[in-house]
Design a binder for this molecule. Sequence first.
Ligand SMILES: Cc1ncc(COP(=O)(O)O)c(C=O)c1O
Length: 411
Amino acid sequence: MNINKKILDSLKKELHRQQNHIELIASENYVSEEILALSGSILTNKYAEGYPGKRYYGGCLYIDEIETFGIELAKKIFKADHANLQPHSGSQANEAAYRAVLQSGDKIVSMSLDAGGHLTHGYPINFSGNTYNFKFYGVDSITEMIDYEEVERIVLEFKPKLIVAGASSYSKIIDFKKFKEIADKVGALLMVDMAHIAGLIAKGVHPSPVEYADIVTTTTHKTLRGARGGMILCKKEFAKKIDSAVFPGTQGGPLENQIAGKVQALCEVDTKEFEIYAKQIVKNAKAFSEQLQKEGLRPIAGGTDNHLINLDVKTNLNLTGKQAEIILESIGIVTNKNMIPNDKEKPMITSGIRVGTPAMTTRGMKEDDFIEVAKIIGSALKNQSSENLDQLKIRVNQICQKFPIYNNIKY
Ligand SMILES: Cc1ncc(COP(=O)(O)O)c(C=O)c1O
């Protein structure tokens, strides 16, 4: 192999970084070596605009086999009427979902960004915010959880055509049945963006939205632990509209190498091992959250029911999210700064950090290991002397050696 030296150098350094950091970014994971192989396979060479059996190019026989197998598996795992595996990303899945059922200017109610929503849920500088007319719900100022009565009030007043449930940074169970009841009161459609919690939903560790929502969008690379990309599930009556909104509505040729990596992930999800994994993600997050709270970091909404914890580092530790992220990265722990509800700081500063357990659970960490990491985080944020940080860096390195990843990969 003759990979360009500049790229190869960066690739080697990135492999080393992934192996030697504690990865706590809630939206990241370590995919299997099988998925890595498929993502980098010869399937990348093939143009296959269209859908299995109805392509605009010849030579799609084997591509059709893989995509059809994946569609059937996704329908089985999530008990969905219809599945589309072609969205290149979660954002493009959302774009296609909106386009399938809305006209530009139509009204949507969704969660605000600072309460935990996503850019594609109506942020003004995102395509969503400048194409559709959004009103937002937040979280209750005391419980920091979704206040379904407030959602209902907003929906009754605004009368949207679509309601979006689902978030990027919300740690509690989302009551999809409640959202459906609210949607029905104004005849709105319900779309659920389950990007963060898809892997938990697949194994019943979080209640499923599929029964209640008209359309469910997701990424495939977070808790679902697949190749990077998106997927859409929907009720029968929206199948045609969704398919044509993805292609030709918003995309051209599908990334068949990535689709194969998504299908392999679905095969992995469809095992007992993945159920054990999904349950462990949540057990780890609960133990992690409790210890982080003892260390003075305040979990938003009082804790977690899923894979992530949004932490206020301002109230007790007097740090910004940006400062906390930098301190932790200096000892080998990767997190991201994150807005907390009613945050006074700007998005690039923030008063919080978001952490998640999916990636390090893949590496085999259990509750006690997360408790130790929480103690390291507490110590680093409270005592930033170089002696302390140097000691903590050594402990982080020992944990990384104890839970190796990608040892067979040599570049
Ligand atoms: C809830 C939610 N939806 C959509 C997306 C967008 O996914 P992507 O980054 O693949 O476009 C994200 C990504 O973080 C997300 O958290």
